[in-house]
Design a protein around this ligand. Structure first.
Ligand code: TRP
Ligand code: SF4
Length: 329
């Protein structure tokens, strides 16, 4: 029987945004019914760029795992764990580093991009160069066959396949499968000011926002700036509110575009409708989060149980790896 194993991870950045729910978590929630899934809080990966200030790490982990559960991930069905709890990731990373050419890592497009983008940080570090190799170790420690990720991660999964191939070839044993990429279908959501949604712009809507906050933030959204009076014709193509209607609206966006263009709906009314649709979509997420707030011990238990299972499963792979590399005497 074919073994299907899904692995994915996220760096612990704290509370997740609407885009994380739509782009990644919704996808994970679907996969959990069909496959054996590992969902990993990659705290070591967070250290590759945030090594200079680690104070918020624990809180960010609690917040993110709370959001995972709020989105509907089932901790019994999946292995939900923290990377730094399972030392096999470090061992496998080290072993892979022995035969991975530095040029593979230097050539990786995300390496150059990030150094460029985070210019205020010194990212000329050993750890940061090895970022994709640590990711390969995460995935291959469970001999995962599929990895759900966003477009930006495609080069990393490609490198994971190359590492798997090279290992199998060098040690003449088919230890690792070459994992496939499951591309998260992204629905691009702007921030409430119409720019890219980003914490640094302060224009973010989080995935577990309360109804009151949703109403307030939708109210602040930028509409068609050319529209002055309520019955001026509007242009939905340049309107942030309209982009959100396209993703969350209860249907009838074509119609809405028409009435907007004819000046038959006011922006206030249009925002009201969006806020209520958004609240309805996020209601289950919000309700689950309310059940989880302040339950750190519960989250701790989930991560501890996840670590036990991940430890057990990765140990199997490590036996095969050590055997193939003649590290067993
Ligand atoms: N690099 C991924 C990101 O930034 C996070 C990650 C680490 C990951 N290890 C992984 C994703 C393994 C998928 C599989 O999004
Ligand atoms: Fe945007 Fe709606 Fe106003 Fe049209 S009516 S400009 S879609 S907020």
């Amino acid at each position: 029987m074919e073994r299907k194993v899904v692995f994915s991870g996220m760096r612990p950045t704290g509370r997740l945004q609407l885009g994380n729910l739509l782009g990644a978590l919704d996808n994970w929630v679907k996969l959990q019914d069909e496959y054996r899934c590992y969902f990993c809080v990659v705290d070591w990966h967070a250290l590759t760029t945030a090594y200079d200030d680690t104070r918020s790490l624990p809180e960010n982990i609690f917040e993110m795992v709370t959001d995972w559960l709020s989105a509907g991930l089932n901790p019994e069905r999946n292995v939900i764990f923290r990377q730094s709890d399972v030392k096999a990731h470090a061992e496998l990373h080290l072993l892979f580093s022995m035969f991975t050419p530095i040029s593979w890592l230097e050539r990786c497009p995300t390496y150059k991009d990030q150094i460029e983008q985070l210019r205020e940080k010194n990212l000329a570090t050993y750890g940061f160069l090895g970022y994709p190799l640590l990711q390969a170790a995460d995935i291959l420690a469970y001999r995962a066959t599929a990895v759900p990720v966003g477009e930006d991660q495609v080069p990393h999964i490609e490198m994971t396949r190359e590492v798997a191939r090279r290992f199998n070839h060098l040690y003449r044993q088919p230890v690792f499968p070459e994992p496939a990429t499951i591309l998260n279908r992204v629905k691009l959501l702007p921030g409430i000011d119409g720019r890219k949604m980003s914490k640094s712009y302060g224009n973010v809507i989080e995935m577990s926002e309360s109804p009151e906050v949703i109403r307030r933030k939708v109210n602040m959204m930028i509409t068609d700036p050319g529209r002055i009076r309520k019955n001026d014709p509007g242009n939905p193509d340049v309107c942030t509110v309209f982009s959100f209607h396209g993703v969350f609206g209860a249907g009838g966006v074509e119609e809405l575009a028409e009435v907007c263009r004819r000046g038959q709906i006011g922006c206030v009314e249009c925002k009201k409708r969006l806020a209520e649709d958004l609240i309805a979509c996020l209601e289950p997420v919000y309700a689950r989060r309310q059940q989880l707030v302040g339950k750190k011990d519960y989250i701790r238990e989930i991560l501890a149980e996840g670590a036990r299972r991940a430890e057990r499963d990765s140990a199997e792979t490590m036996e095969m790896v050590r055997g193939a590399m003649n590290l067993i005497i």
